[in-house]
Structure formats: C-alpha cells, structure tokens
Design a protein around this ligand. Structure first.
Ligand code: FAD
Ligand code: NAD
Length: 404
C-alpha cells in the first residue's frame, strides 16, 4: 500500500462494517485511500437470521456470505483475524496474529450477550449471537430429541425448551421453534404435546414498549402454535438443567435453555479504554468517539440519542446500516477537508417474524401489518439489504424473494 495515502481500517464485517466498506469503495477512488477490513471469519453473516439458524429452519450456509463475494478485493485488503484491543494513542489495532496501524478507524464489532450477573447464565445457557453459537442450539435441541427416544427413565424435561427473555430475539426464536418442533416430533416419532417451549419474560408483557395490538397478535399466534408464556417472571438463576424464576423461586427443568435477555456492546471497546455510557460509546453527532477525531463507532457499539424521546435508539441492523452511510460520507469529507454531516435516524419501522408465514410489525409512519402481509414485508426488508450489499445476484443466491 502507498504510504502517502490515508489508511482506513474497518473492524468487524457486520451490517455496519460491510456497508461502510462497500460505500467507501463507491465514494473514494483507489488513489484517495487504502481500505482494510478486519473480521474474525472470512464470511459475513446475517445476524438478523440467526434465530432461524438456531431453530434449524434455515441452513446456516444461507445466512453466510463470503466477504470476497461482495467486497472488491482489488480495492479492500481483507484480513481474517480477531481484534484483541485498540491502542487509540498509537493509532494501532492489536490482533490475535499481529497488529495494524491506521489513520482512520471504524469500529463495527457488534454485540455480545448481556447476562446481568445472573448466576449460572454465562455457563449454562445457549445464546444466539453468531453462526457457530446458533448452530450449537439447533444441534443440541435435536440431540435432546434423540436422547429422549434412546434413554430409559423419566426424562420428559429433555423435551422442554426454555427461552429466557421476551424481546424481539426471544419472540422471533420461539416463532421458529413453533414451526420446527412439529417437524422434529414427526422425525423422532414423539407426540407434540410432550414438547414444551416456554418463553419467560420479566416485564408484565412480551415485547415491552411495543404496540399493544401487535403484542396481542404475536402472543395469540404463538400460543395457538403451542408456545407457553410466563410474563412478569424474572429468571434469577440458571442451572445446568433448570432455571429458577419469580418471587417463589420456582424451578423449571429443561433440556435446553436459551438466553435472549439482552445485548451489550463488544467488550473490546471497554477494554480499549473508551469512555462508556451503558457499555457503549456515546458518539458525537458525526458518529466519532468523543476526543478522537479519527475514530468512528457504529452499530451495536454506539450509543446514539434520539433527541425526541430522550432515549437511545435500540440497537438494530437498520440503525447500523444508516450509520454506515453517514460514516462513509464523513470519511470522504475528512479526506477532502470538507465539513462533516450529522447523523439523523430515519426509522422505517419494525417487523418481526413469528415463524413460517406469520409475522407482525409497523412500517413507515406506524402502519400496522399482520400475518402474511407482514411476512412478505419482512422478506422484502431482508432482500433489500442483500440488494444493497451485493446487488440482484446476491438476492437470487441468498434472498427470501419467495414470500413464504
Ligand atoms: P454485528 O452484525 O454483530 O457484526 C459484528 C461483526 O464483528 C461480526 O461479523 C463479528 O464476527 C465481528 N467481530 C466481533 N468481534 C470481533 C473481533 N474481536 N475481531 C474481529 N471481528 C469481530 N435488527 C433489525 O434491524 N432488524 C431485524 O430484523 C433484526 N433481527 C435480529 C434477529 C436476531 C436473532 C438478532 C440477534 C438481532 C437482530 N437484530 C435486528 C439486531 C441486529 O442484528 C444488530 O443490531 C446488528 O447486527 C448490529 O450490527 P453491527 O454491524 O453493529 O454488528
Ligand atoms: P432486548 O433487550 O430487546 O430484550 C430482552 C428481553 O429480556 C427484555 O424484554 C427484558 O425485559 C427481558 N429480560 C431481561 N432480563 C430478564 C430476566 N432476568 N428474566 C426474564 N426476562 C428478562 O434484547 P433482544 O431481544 O436480544 O434484542 C436486541 C436488539 O435487537 C433490540 O434492539 C431489538 O430491537 C433488536 N432486534 C430486532 C428484531 C426485529 O426488528 N425484528 C429482531 C431481534 C432483535
């Protein structure tokens, strides 16, 4: 690489990192900057499809996209390595297998599970946070079905699946289980009523804060397909084969426990000495880290305030992708000596899949969608992202263009 050119290093090939890199290759000429993208794997994955991978309703390969298939490797140096720490003062990133210096840094290292210190949760519960971890859930559930058929004794709890947390991840996951469980029952010749899928939510309702009519729709749809809910019930402890819940400390035995009770920013940003607000970097309006004009923090690592509500925007792929656009514009502006743009989130709505052809959500100015229409919209949203990333060929290869 040419030493006179600024070097932009992007950390993480999630929604934020991939879209920033893609936009940089469109906005900057090769002679204007060197671009390096560093990621743990040589593939990007659709985090928003991981609940489907975890339930086994889609193949994990469908959720993976080789980075070199969508990023021009003549323009971008891809480094498959794991970031260990960022040295902001020396402008250097420490990796498991070396180190890389930068002129400009984009941090898009995403989220990890938050267990809030609940005893045993870290050790005993599965989480939906990467392809590898999600695939383990799918395999574990099927293994429990196989054990049930092959082991003697009282073992009904092997067929109980507990999902801790009734936020969007927990609800989308039980929706996929509602579709997958009958398939597994048929494969292992087990009556459906033997299997329990129990969603446990601490708040009085699932999807706290969301539209009540849509919450009711989701709950009814899932209950009608055999999902049980325990709301207003906090998980206090997670053991190897049970969770302890509520004021009475009731113990519920299970063969599979999946924790979807919350997310936090990648711990690397805290370890690297950034000042944190609830575990994230409270970025300036131009998405740079306070005090560091050469560092942008995006996606689930960033804390971006919604001035209207006085609350931060929830961490979503939608937010990460919009931030990526502004980040790429601002990097171009920095290199050209122009003024930087402020980030303004344009909320296009929230649609959640409930398994199979079921879904619900709001789009545009709060228009509510239910059932097949919502599912078609969810597929359009998923395909739009694929289109932005890799054009029509990627949509044809990986897309959900069939409405259901
Ligand atoms: P990520 O997508 O998490 O990407 C981070 C990347 O960094 C990954 O590629 C990871 O491998 C890499 N990485 C991590 N650590 C290191 C390291 N140390 N070194 C190198 N690389 C590293 N949002 C929506 O808007 N709509 C939805 O429908 C939706 N559905 C969801 C469904 C599920 C099951 C989940 C879990 C989340 C969903 N979200 C959804 C939220 C959304 O997925 C996240 O907000 C989004 O992924 C954040 O994007 P990101 O680029 O910040 O991080
Ligand atoms: P979340 O923080 O949104 O939800 C976690 C839920 O777990 C909360 O309802 C919380 O009350 C509950 N909880 C916490 N501690 C508990 C305990 N001890 N016992 C029982 N329940 C407990 O986390 P998430 O669902 O993983 O979502 C993370 C982000 O990803 C959010 O911003 C969400 O909007 C986004 N997301 C969006 C979609 C979509 O748009 N379709 C899908 C999945 C996730």
């Amino acid at each position: 690489m040419n030493d006179n050119k600024p070097k932009i290093v992007v950390l993480g090939a999630g929604y934020a990192g991939m879209m920033t890199t893609k936009r940089l290759t469109q906005k900057l000429r090769p002679e204007e900057a060197d671009i390096v993208l560093i990621n743990k794997h040589n593939y990007h994955y659709q985090t928003t499809w991981l609940h489907e991978v975890a339930a086994g309703t889609i193949d994990d390969n469908r959720s993976r996209i080789m980075i070199s298939d969508v990023i021009n490797t003549n323009r971008v140096q891809l480094l498959q390595d794991t970031v260990v720490e960022i040295n902001r003062d020396e402008k250097r990133v420490m990796l498991e297998n070396g180190e890389v210096d930068y002129d400009y840094l984009v941090i898009g290292l995403g989220f990890e599970k938050a267990t809030f210190g609940i005893p045993g949760m870290e050790e005993n519960a599965f989480t939906i946070q990467s392809v590898d971890k999600s695939r383990m859930i799918r395999e574990h559930i099927e293994y429990q079905f196989a054990r049930y058929k092959n082991e003697d004794g009282d073992k009904d709890e092997l067929l109980t699946i507990i999902v801790g947390g009734g936020g969007f991840t927990g609800i989308e996951f039980v929706g996929e289980l509602a579709e997958k469980v009958p398939e597994l029952c048929s494969k292992y010749d087990i009556p459906r009523q033997k299997v329990r899928v129990v969603n446990i939510e601490a708040a009085p309702t699932i999807l706290p804060g969301f539209d009540q009519e849509l919450i009711d729709y989701a709950r009814n749809s899932l209950e009608s397909r055999g999902i049980e809910f325990k709301t207003g019930m906090m998980i206090k402890e997670c053991k190897e084969d049970s969770v302890v819940v509520g004021e009475d400390e009731e113990e519920i035995k299970a063969g599979t426990i999946v924790w979807t009770g919350g997310v936090q920013a990648n711990a690397i940003i805290g370890k690297s000495g950034f000042e944190l607000t609830k575990g994230k970097v409270n970025v300036n309006e131009d998405l740079r880290a306070p005090g560091y004009d050469d560092i942008f923090v995006l996606g689930d690592c960033s804390w971006v305030m919604d001035k209207e509500s006085g609350r931060p925007y929830p961490p979503t792929a939608q937010l990460a992708m919009q931030e990526a656009d502004i980040c790429a514009n601002n990097l171009r502006a920095l290199i050209h000596g122009e003024s930087l743009e402020s980030f303004v989130f344009d909320n296009k709505g929230t649609v959640a899949s409930l398994g199979g052809k079921h879904a619900m959500g709001t789009v545009f100015e709060g228009k509510k969608l239910f059932g097949v229409t919502a599912k078609a919209m969810k597929n359009v949203i998923d395909d739009r992202y694929l289109f932005l990333l890799g054009g029509p060929l990627l949509v044809l290869k990986k897309g959900k263009f069939r409405p259901f």
